[in-house]
Design a protein around this ligand. Structure first.
Ligand code: ZN
Length: 306
């Protein structure tokens, strides 16, 4: 506590005093640009990792970066989502999982939790789709690999949960909301972003509208295990590319990290599709205007089926 109290003084004396204008501006209200959903894990700091300023991110944090489906819980998550979108007019959401997530470890050993941490047990029910998918489809993997896959899949599960909110649904339908999935790798400080078209994890900058293919070295990959670079590996992937209306509403990210181990297993896992040229935003792609976001959504999920 002493450290915290000293920190308060330092914050006021150094940071606040050199950012007078910012604080003056913030005192009149907030205008965050992004709703950032991430884990409570102490090793993550959304503002630090995105190198943003106070006031830039509206943050929801809890164990496992979970958003309970609409109506499934009377917690703060739903209210915060609604407020962020409706009241603050936020049009971009990031769901950010992370390597070595304790909540995801718990999810994979749910039975042990029921007695010792009943509240955590209850909470993790909102990630049941992740647990079941991993158990039923990846049980031949090592424990580390299953954890990586669970982390990656859970980001996608929570994006799906987000889409059960009427306000989210409606804004997606209008093409006024984008949802991104990220996984933060604690060991390297990197972030990888899920690309729904290729179902691969790519460097997040490749999803920017002004991205120049080739600018970014390589797609994300698991570095220390043979887990597939794409948790929801899709057979044939790209030919089922979802045609979203204009702005790509959903781009999630995830990749699973693991303890740093140098060699990239490029033989074992299906090679990660290279960062999609023009991944997402706008232009070019097979844009089929008659496809409603809901249909596109169904295809998107469908493509993840095994
Ligand atoms: Zn976590």
């Amino acid at each position: 506590m002493k450290k915290l109290i000293q920190g308060l003084r330092e914050f006021k004396n150094s940071y606040v005093s050199t950012h007078r204008e910012l604080f003056e501006q913030l005192s009149h209200g907030q205008k965050p640009r992004v709703l950032f959903v991430t884990c409570s894990d102490s090793r993550i700091d959304p503002v630090m990792l995105t190198h943003t300023e106070l006031g830039d991110l509206f943050v929801i944090r809890n164990a496992g970066n979970i958003i309970p489906p609409y109506g499934a819980a009377n917690g703060g998550e739903g209210a915060s989502v609604e407020y962020a979108i409706h009241a603050l007019g936020i049009s971009q959401i990031v769901v950010c999982g992370h390597s070595h997530c304790g909540a995801m470890k718990g999810l994979l050993q749910l039975g042990n939790l029921e007695e010792e941490m009943p509240l955590v047990y209850d909470w993790l029910r909102h990630a049941e789709a992740t647990r079941r998918l991993v158990k039923e489809n990846y049980s031949d993997r090592t424990k580390d690999e299953m954890l990586e896959i669970a982390i990656a899949e859970n980001v996608i599960t929570q994006i799906e949960n987000l889409k059960t909110y009427p306000v989210v649904r409606s804004r997606l339908f209008q093409g006024k909301l984008m949802i991104f999935g990220w996984v933060y790798l604690i060991e390297t400080g990197e972030v990888l972003a899920y690309d729904p078209e290729t179902h691969s994890y790519v460097p997040p900058q490749s999803q920017l509208p002004d991205y120049i293919p080739g600018d970014v070295p390589q797609p994300g990959a698991f570095k220390s295990t043979s887990a597939p670079p794409v948790a929801c590996e899709v057979p044939g992937s790209t030919d089922t590319a979802v045609a979203y209306p204009n702005p790509m509403p959903v781009a999630a990210s995830a990749s699973t990290p693991s303890i740093a181990a140098p060699s990239l297993p490029d033989s074992d896992p299906p090679a990660a599709p290279v960062a999609p040229a023009a991944s997402g935003n706008g232009n070019g792609n097979s844009h089929t205007p008659w496809l409603t976001p809901e249909q596109a959504d169904r295809i998107y999920r469908g493509s993840a089926r095994r």
